[in-house]
Structures are given as structure tokens and as C-alpha cells.
Design a protein around this ligand. Structure first.
Ligand code: ARG
Length: 463
């Protein structure tokens, strides 16, 4: 341990920290990314201390200038992080004293690393959420453009991955948009509870200095100071909430990924993913693999794993701060990085998707996707739905044996299943007729898709 790297608790300790323990307990290798928010928090704290007279204004000026210098040093890469100094907080504080002398030692008045770290993570994550939300809006916009281009493109809709009823591709894409829009909402809800300031809770009980927590909260853009000091230093709900939301986003992306993978297969050939978002095989020359989609599906497991990690770190912890909490950062940062990267790469991939509407249409013609329309037609002729269901079932069986679709049957053939069937049946047996008939809010009719797109665009404008 060099003189400049003495531990702040040297007064109480006689022996140096074991080398292995130093390596085991350090967090600077992964929490140094908090440097900017740590300096921001320290500056707010120092100004507050001056505003209440705990520091003189020249002391606080020296501290603020020193912290600005350190920020510059770090950004220039001119800062050597020391493992002996354990974490980002002690590294910066030690450097401050090195730079400005003994007045630097006054910064930690009325504060503890416990409220400091809780404040830092909230600031960091708040910024992360804002960036993620922005990227999500970009992805939503690109999906809206795709849905608008393909608002009347017909494809088979599936249940159980079996052809069910014809839908429009725009409608399918808008289902994705709904999922992501709920995620945006979840993010902003999570941000609300996150934006409460722990600073001032000190180690656990508050401080004897006459601090002005409203002043600091306002300076740091928090909505309010926390109500209870014990809760403030030990609460990681906001982190659990964030990784929960990140997990749901990743689940949504994994579902979208799965569909992109299926659709881009030779068997479906509904879409082409741009070369820029695929990779080839080192052995099979013909291959073009949807790796981005597959990796995203895989990375969803990683984020959900992070959620389990953090939940288990918190489980059973007594109040107030425990060192367990240092383990919150890696899963948290990894989740933020992973979900942000996934959303960004999707936002780039979506505008480059090529839609093969001819294949979608061909697929929709197979699988008797208008059978429900025929049953509904019979119901409108006053046949009870259950009977209509059975009549159409028989017609489907006959069509299957003949090797063609319901729409390919002659009127006479169709009439053999029910004498209620007339010439106008062909209006409902066509795919276009089938999708257009589902003409209500939330339905797949092309004009409803356009209306849904417009509503979503309005909503995005007002966010
Ligand atoms: N590096 C620690 C963390 O991330 C900072 C707080 C340390 N507090 C303490 N009492 N040892 O949680």
C-alpha cells in the first residue's frame, strides 16, 4: 500500500488488507463507469454543504473545480484506477485530495458511501433508461413505417403455428408495436419510482449536519428526497424493477426473433433479412443465417439470468446496507447494455427487411384459412354456429381430399354441404374479403391497420 493509497479506515485498523481480499472485495473494475454520476453527485453535495454553511464557499469552490478536473482527467484517459482504493467513490475522493490538498477530505462530510452509491446507481440508470426509451421509440417508428408499407399485404395468421385465418402483415407488425409500447410505458413507470434521492441518508441513520436535501435533490433532478434513511441505503427495488422490465423487453424481442427466423427460412420465405444482419457458414456455401435474431433470442436468457441474480442478492437481506449490494452492479449494467444493444440492432435491421408478399399470399391460400369466414356466412343465414362449424368441417375435409382450397370449389359443390350457400359466398371465401370483413378497432382489416398506425404515431408524438 503506497502512502497515497491508504484506506480511509486506517485509523481503526492495524494490519493491511490481505491481497486476496483486496481482489475479492474490489468493485472499481466494474463500477468505474459510475465516475460521471459520482462526480455529479459529489458536486451537488459540496454545493449543498456550502449553502448551509458546513463548508465555506471557497472550500466548496475548490472541491468543485477539483472534481471538474478529475472528470476531465478520466475522460482523457489520464486517471489510473487503483484496486487498493476499492471502488469508484474512494478512487475519486483520494484523487481529489491529491489534487487540491486537505480541503478534499471535507467532501465526505455528512455523507457515506452507502447513500452515495445508491444515488449514483439511480442517476446512472435514469440516464440509461432515457437512452433506452429513445432507442425504443426509433424501433417503434421503423416498425410503424414497415406496417404502413405492408398494411394490406395478406399473410396467414397462425395459432399453434398452424394456419388459422388470413391477416394483414401490417397487423402482425402492429402487434409487435403494441408489445414494445407497453414496454416503453413500463420503463417510464420504473423511472418514476427510481427518481427519488437517497443522498442524505448517510450510512443508515441520517447525519448530524444541517443538510438541505431538497436543495441536493433539485440539483440532481430527483423528484424528492427519500423518506426513510434505512430504506434509502438498502433499497434496490428500482434495480429489480428495471431488470424485470428489461427481461420483458428481451422476451418480446425473442418472440419477434423467433418469427423472423421462421419467416426467413426457405420453407416459409416470407421475408429476407438484409446481408448486413446475417452471417454465412464457414462450411456450407449456400447458408445465410439470421444470427442477429438468434443471438437476441439467446441473450434474453442472459438478462433473465441477471434478474434471478439480483432477486437472490436481495432476498433475506436485513436492513440497512450490506456489502451483498455491491453485487447488484454487474447484472444491472449487463442488462442495460444488453437490452440497449438489442433494441439498437433491431432498429437498424427492421428498415432493411424485404417482404416477399407473393409467398405470404401463397401460404395464406393453403390451410383453409377462410373456413371461419364460411361458418360466419352460414350463421348470417341463420344457421346456429355449432351446426355451421360442422358443415364447414365437412367441406374442408372434401376440399382436402380433392387437393384444393374451399374457394376453388364450384357453387354446386359447396351447395352440397348446405343449401343456404349462394353465389355471394365467394366474397367471403377470398382472402381479401376475409381480412376486410374484420373491420373494427383491433381487427386485421387494412383500413383498421392504418387507423391503428395513426393512433400510435399520435401517441409517439406526445411522449
Ligand atoms: N462499493 C460499494 C458498493 O458498491 C460501495 C459502498 C460500500 N459501503 C460500505 N459500507 N462498505 O456497494
Amino acid at each position: 500500500m503506497t502512502a497515497k493509497e491508504e484506506k480511509p479506515w486506517k485509523g481503526r485498523f492495524t494490519a493491511a488488507t490481505d491481497q486476496l481480499v483486496e481482489e475479492y472485495t474490489e468493485s472499481v473494475s466494474f463500477d468505474q463507469r459510475l465516475y460521471e454520476v459520482d462526480i455529479q453527485g459529489s458536486k451537488a453535495h459540496a454545493s449543498m454543504l456550502a449553502s448551509v454553511g458546513v463548508l465555506t464557499s471557497s472550500e466548496s469552490d475548490a472541491i468543485l473545480a477539483g472534481l471538474d478536473q478529475i472528470l476531465e482527467d478520466i475522460e482523457k484517459g489520464d486517471f489510473s484506477w487503483s484496486q487498493t482504493l476499492e471502488d469508484v467513490h474512494m478512487n475519486i475522493e483520494a484523487r481529489l485530495t491529491e489534487r487540491i490538498g486537505d480541503v478534499g477530505k471535507k467532501l465526505h462530510t455528512g455523507r457515506s458511501r452507502n447513500d452515495q452509491v445508491a444515488t449514483d446507481i439511480r442517476l446512472y440508470l435514469r440516464h440509461g433508461i432515457d437512452g433506452l426509451s429513445k432507442n425504443m421509440r426509433t424501433l417503434i417508428e421503423s416498425l410503424l413505417d414497415l406496417a404502413e408499407r405492408e398494411y394490406d399485404t395478406i399473410m396467414p395468421g397462425f395459432t399453434h403455428l398452424q394456419v388459422a385465418q388470413p391477416i394483414t402483415f401490417g397487423h402482425h407488425i402492429m402487434a409487435w408495436v403494441e408489445m414494445l409500447n407497453r414496454d416503453l410505458d413500463r420503463l417510464s413507470d420504473c423511472r418514476k419510482r427510481m427518481n427519488i434521492m437517497p443522498l442524505g441518508a448517510a450510512a443508515l441513520a441520517g447525519t448530524t449536519f444541517p443538510i438541505d436535501r431538497d436543495y441536493t435533490a433539485e440539483k440532481l433532478g430527483f423528484d424528492a428526497p427519500s423518506e426513510n434513511s434505512l430504506d434509502a441505503v438498502s433499497d434496490r427495488d428500482f434495480a429489480m424493477e428495471f431488470i424485470s422490465v428489461a427481461s420483458i423487453i428481451m422476451i418480446h424481442l425473442s418472440r419477434m426473433s423467433e418469427e423472423l427466423i421462421i419467416w426467413s427460412s426457405a420453407q416459409f420465405a416470407f421475408i429476407d433479412i438484409s446481408d448486413a444482419y446475417c452471417t454465412g457458414s464457414s462450411i456450407m456455401p449456400q447458408k445465410k443465417n439470421p444470427d442477429v435474431a438468434e443471438l437476441t433470442r439467446g441473450k434474453s436468457g442472459r438478462v433473465i439470468g441477471n434478474l434471478m441474480t439480483l432477486l437472490m442478492i436481495m432476498k433475506g437481506q436485513p436492513l440497512a446496507y450490506n456489502r451483498d449490494n455491491q453485487e447488484d452492479k454487474e447484472p444491472l449494467f449487463d442488462s442495460l447494455d444488453t437490452v440497449t444493444a438489442a433494441i439498437r440492432v433491431f432498429a437498424g435491421m427492421v428498415p432493411q427487411l424485404a417482404v416477399r408478399s407473393d409467398n405470404m399470399l401463397k401460404a395464406a391460400r393453403q390451410g383453409f384459412s377462410t373456413a371461419t369466414d364460411l361458418a360466419d356466412y352460414l350463421v348470417r343465414k341463420d344457421i346456429p354456429f355449432r351446426d355451421a362449424h360442422e358443415i364447414v368441417g365437412k367441406a374442408v375435409q372434401a376440399a382436402e381430399q380433392a387437393g384444393h382450397d374451399l374457394a376453388d370449389m364450384s357453387l354446386d359443390e359447396l351447395k352440397s354441404f348446405s343449401d343456404q350457400i349462394e353465389e355471394d359466398v365467394f366474397d367471403v371465401l377470398t382472402l381479401e374479403g376475409s381480412v376486410s370483413a374484420r373491420d373494427h378497432i383491433g381487427g386485421t382489416a387494412p383500413n383498421q391497420v392504418l387507423a391503428a398506425i395513426n393512433r400510435m404515431r399520435e401517441l409517439m408524438k406526445n411522449l
